[in-house]
Write a protein that binds this ligand. Structure first.
Ligand SMILES: Cc1cc2nc3c(=O)[nH]c(=O)nc-3n(C[C@H](O)[C@H](O)[C@H](O)COP(=O)(O)OP(=O)(O)OC[C@H]3O[C@@H](n4cnc5c(N)ncnc54)[C@H](O)[C@@H]3O)c2cc1C
Ligand code: SF4
Length: 310
């Protein structure tokens, strides 16, 4: 039972067809090739492309970063017969998905992290914790995989230093009663949902004209959150920009004009930029958010592609 990779209910590959402005399946038809598959198991319905075959020549592989991307590369490469070492700068495997999995309702994501950690241990993959790699030349490896993740984007507005970044909140930073969440993508919306479940009063501020505008995001998941906000009267400001964070409030530029909203705390969830520590090369491969910021579907499918070609 422990060997079965847990489904995380993301629907990012088995059902994914995103919507936009309440219109179902407005996402490109090309995205339908991602349906009836699985974000976590690339071989599902695509065993021709994704297959774990023994390596022609076993090599030494260094994986920098022990997030989901790094662990997946390490697992598949080891199963192919390579000798893999993971270098992780913190004392834990899981990367940013530890924060992503922190809300109470994301217990399946936590089960996935445990599965990945168990698999790394069961395969005897060497993990060097508390080891930050700064120079690739220091590694004794034939192939290097850079899976160092991403960095949060920052808003250039007055008072931004008084805000909390989404990941810091998810990892335990305390917030007050009235919380303004800047960014209505999936992370911001899940944070607002989490706050509301705790009895707090979230307000969502989004620059675009709808919440969770993102190709490949399943309608079942996003429409549930939208309906929840509507039913529970969680204020959502669309086409609105936060101009300034002041003590106890934020200043918003809405379609109707400037408005002040009470805010004991402000959380920013406005996205991430790739943060690879090196460029790709003949024997250097980028994986995960370090390659392109995405979700577990994009991270895991690419991890397999790289692990199968080295
Ligand atoms: C708030 C939030 C919620 C999300 N929710 C979902 C979701 O519900 N579903 C979904 O599919 N996706 C979700 N995502 C996206 C998903 O979590 C990421 O795409 C994925 O976890 C990225 O994995 P990664 O391995 O590429 O990078 P990371 O998880 O960022 O891992 C990078 C690792 O590299 C280590 N590292 C960095 N530099 C060095 C160095 N120089 N030397 C050694 N180690 C280093 C870091 O410590 C870290 O452990 C969410 C993301 C966020 C931020
Ligand atoms: S794509 Fe996501 S929801 Fe669908 S089976 Fe895979 S893990 Fe489960």
């Amino acid at each position: 039972m422990d060997e079965i990779k847990p489904c995380i209910c993301c629907h990012n590959a088995c059902l994914a067809m995103s919507h936009y402005k309440g219109v179902a399946n407005a996402c490109s038809m090309a995205d339908s090739i991602h349906m009836s598959r699985c974000a976590l198991n690339p071989m599902t319905m695509d065993g021709g492309k994704y297959d774990i075959k023994p390596a022609k020549k076993p090599k030494k592989v260094a994986v920098i970063g022990g997030g989901i991307g790094g662990m997946e590369v390490a697992i598949v490469a080891t199963m192919r017969g390579h000798k893999v070492t993971i270098y992780e700068k913190t004392d834990k495997l899981g990367g940013v998905f530890i924060a992503a999995a922190a809300p109470k309702f994301k217990e399946k994501d936590r089960a996935l992290i445990e599965w990945e950690r168990r698999k790394v241990a069961a395969l005897g993959i060497e993990v060097k914790f508390n080891t930050e790699v700064t120079d690739l030349k220091s590694l004794d490896a034939d192939e290097i995989v850079v899976a160092t993740g991403s960095k949060p984007k920052r808003l250039n507005i007055k008072g931004i230093e008084n805000s909390i970044e989404a990941v810091d909140y998810l990892l335990g930073k305390k917030v007050g009663e009235n919380v303004v969440v800047i960014g209505g993508g999936l992370s911001g919306c899940e944070i607002a949902y989490d706050l509301h479940l705790q009895g707090k009063k979230p307000v969502i501020v989004e620059a675009q004209n709808d919440l969770m505008i993102s190709n490949g995001l399943c309608m079942a998941n996003s429409s549930y959150l939208k309906d929840y906000f509507k039913t529970n009267k969680v204020p959502v400001y669309l086409e609105t920009f936060c101009q300034e964070i002041q003590k106890g409030k934020v200043v918003l530029k809405t379609k109707e004009g400037v408005k002040e909203v009470k805010a004991d705390s402000v959380i920013t969830a406005i996205g991430y930029n790739p943060a690879p520590i090196a460029k790709a090369g003949r024997h250097v491969h980028l994986v995960g958010d370090a390659y392109e910021v995405g979700n577990l579907r994009t991270v895991i499918w690419r991890a397999w592609e790289i692990a199968e070609k080295i």
